[in-house]
Design a protein around this ligand. Sequence first.
Ligand SMILES: C[S@@+](CC[C@H](N)C(=O)[O-])C[C@H]1O[C@@H](n2cnc3c(N)ncnc32)[C@H](O)[C@@H]1O
Length: 539
Amino acid sequence: MPTLSSSWSTSSSNARAAYTVHASAVSKVLCHRLINGNEQYLVRWKTEPEFPVPPRAICSWHSVPELQRSLHHVQTYIESLSRTATTSTVNGAVNPINRKRKAPGADPLYSRDSSLGANGSAYWSREASVISVGSSSETSNETPTPATEVYNGVLQRKSGKITVKKSRDPAVVTLNVTKLPTPQMLEVAATAPTSVAERTIREAFDHSLSKLKHVRWENGVDGSAPSLNFTFVDGFILRDGVYRPDASANVGCTKPCKPNMGQNVGCEYPRMCTCLEYAAVDEPKLERSDPERYALYIHQKETEGYFVDTEGLPKRFPYQKPNADPRVPSVLLNFYLESRYPIYECNEYCACGPVCKSRVVQKGRRVPLVIFKTRNRGWGVYCDEELAKGEFIDTYIGEVITNEEADRREAKAGKAKASYLYNLDKFDGDDGITADTCFVVDGQYMGGPTRFMNHSCEPNCRQYTVSQNKHDLRIYDLAFFAIQDIPAGTELTFDYMDKDELEEEEVVQARHAAALGPDNMDKKPCNCGSRKCRGFLWV
Ligand SMILES: C[S@@+](CC[C@H](N)C(=O)[O-])C[C@H]1O[C@@H](n2cnc3c(N)ncnc32)[C@H](O)[C@@H]1O
């Protein structure tokens, strides 16, 4: 029996964890109540076809200790209580989230539910701690009036209803499980506290965050914690159909190459160093030094894109370290900040070693980040320290999936899903890569702290393509850098649509067009609060 760690207890109102409810067995938490000071949650169990092993009951009440392994279902339920009151609207209409996909978005909605089918086979429960039925009516399918609570008997499910067999209790009724929670249950839930569950959820998130260095979380707004249905990982998790070129195909410096060896030696002088063969050409320098070669290069660039042979041409090194103090970070140079040209870092085949100045993103996050609750954009992220323009913050990681799988997940989970899908489409058009064949990073259930970064139409960060394997055009780092000096404590944001900033007049036009557009109801209002706000996410 995969769902229970021990047999059913005979009393669901026992605060001791008589058994553990495993998340995989839970379909949804439906309601809550307070019984003898014990906060309890009504769990609806998964049933066929999605869960072939028959659970022992269809619905049952559980105290918080019993729900330790399925807390995210309780969290989703508690969030749904407040969401009902605060769902955002435009012109009075509820706004679902647009499906455009590029960058993160959307809170997980209360949608991963499987309702009980009407034609499922009969399942049997053992005694007790099964759905509380309150009624003395023998036959009612509808809403029994509150009376006797938990009943001890054997339940059978037929045609979407639970019927009771062999009970000696005259209060036993037939209960339509598709109609739970009953109005009476909802009435009780309206005033019942959720504080024990909320505290337990906060502790569980503390625990999941404790394995990360330099990341903490805080909530000055309410008692909630970020989603527990999310696992912090430290890199890409490659899923079915996703592949990388063999690492041995990668190349590094072919000549002896040491950083700081002096004039014209080392990776900072990429005309000499082959590891940065694909780095951006220093065009002004080339034009000055070799106008003919420059003209040929420009022509090739226009016709061949990223695949021009640039060996021997002067290149632009991506980073600059302002001084020798190890605490002072390298920053991304203006050319890359502005041009969005892919950034190539040295790799394990380069002779330069770990102190090479081109190794920034690959060393990972070094700035302390805080996940915090905003008032109108869910969770956000800020940095505890001042950031310099061009400073690396962190990468966007998660599961790497095929485009087909991304479509499948999007179709299953609905519009909110698009927000967490990030296309690896920088090289769309090169090497047979198309929008349909590029890989996609899904950060919804696995990722790092940047998964909580919000959108702004006037952002202070931007995402850049960073690669250590120049032959891998499908999987590269999505790296966030500060695009201006950012004081400590300022929310870090990026533009989900990755647009160049608009002039104010254009902003007004864009906002107007978006508000009037045919899919207006499909848009999520943007609360970035900037002067240049376009009015909606995804426009
Ligand atoms: C990747 S998530 C960012 C983290 C998110 N705030 C959370 O709590 O998990 C993207 C979602 O955050 C919210 N969001 C981000 N930026 C926003 C903005 N400028 N205005 C309103 N909501 C925003 C939207 O719900 C969006 O779908």
